[in-house]
Design a protein around this ligand. Structure first.
Ligand SMILES: CC(C)(COP(=O)(O)OP(=O)(O)OC[C@H]1O[C@@H](n2cnc3c(N)ncnc32)[C@H](O)[C@@H]1OP(=O)(O)O)[C@@H](O)C(=O)NCCC(=O)NCCS
Length: 180
């Protein structure tokens, strides 16, 4: 658990999600997917039940090499999430996928940076994790800037990976090596 002070002086708490976060998380997902076209789903495109979300959060909390973090503002509202999930097989468990999303009202205040700090510290503590992978829309400049700030490098570009409002979009594959 960590408390961070954002650029505007607001405080946020960043902690591992628990089963009881499932309900606010569903509300968060509904809102965030309507605020950006940079996620893999839009409004109504990923209908999860409360039970499914609870099961997901419980599995993230119990799985080795997996973590789901939530950021809560001073009113205890869920304003951001970030997660990492490593592979489970001996040949893939050193590497995993990363994702992050934040409500629009909180963009540009340093919350993404604060959440990356907490997540990458956890990843480094695991020792077993040696590679973080992510995919980002090639025109998502603030996200790319954030990732490059932490040493993520571009590994490739995939065309037509997203289809949003009748248009295809490329994504960049980015990676970060975790060395001892
Ligand atoms: C991408 C996202 C996580 C960034 O979070 P954030 O809280 O705004 O990030 P921060 O404020 O910590 O940092 C953003 C950085 O991008 C920079 N930035 C903002 N707009 C930029 C732009 N158009 N071009 C380049 N850099 C930009 C900021 O200056 C800041 O850099 P700095 O720390 O060096 O000053 C957030 O905007 C978000 O959730 N977006 C919607 C979902 C999404 O795109 N998720 C990522 C999918 S891969």
């Amino acid at each position: 658990m960590a408390t961070s002070t954002l650029k505007n002086g607001e405080k946020v708490m960043i902690r591992e999600a628990i089963k009881d976060d499932a309900k606010p998380l569903l509300g968060f997902l509904d809102k965030v997917c309507a605020e950006t076209n940079n996620l893999t789903f839009g409004p109504g495109e990923m209908p999860l039940t409360l039970e499914q979300e609870e099961t997901f959060l419980e599995s993230m909390a119990s799985k080795e090499g997996a973590i789901f973090l939530v950021a809560l503002n001073e009113k205890d509202e869920l304003v951001g999430t970030t997660h990492f999930m490593a592979g489970t097989l001996p040949r893939t468990r050193h590497a995993g996928e990363f994702g992050i999303s934040i409500l629009k009202a909180h963009w540009g205040k340093g919350l993404g940076t604060a959440m990356m700090d907490v997540l990458l510290e956890w990843i480094r503590q695991q020792k077993s994790i040696r590679k973080v992978n992510l995919k980002v829309r090639a025109d998502n400049l603030s996200a790319i800037h954030l990732y490059e700030k932490y040493g993520f490098f571009q590994e490739g570009r995939m065309s037509r990976e997203y289809y949003v409002d009748g248009e295809f979009h490329d994504v960049l594959c980015m990676g970060l090596h975790i060395d001892e």
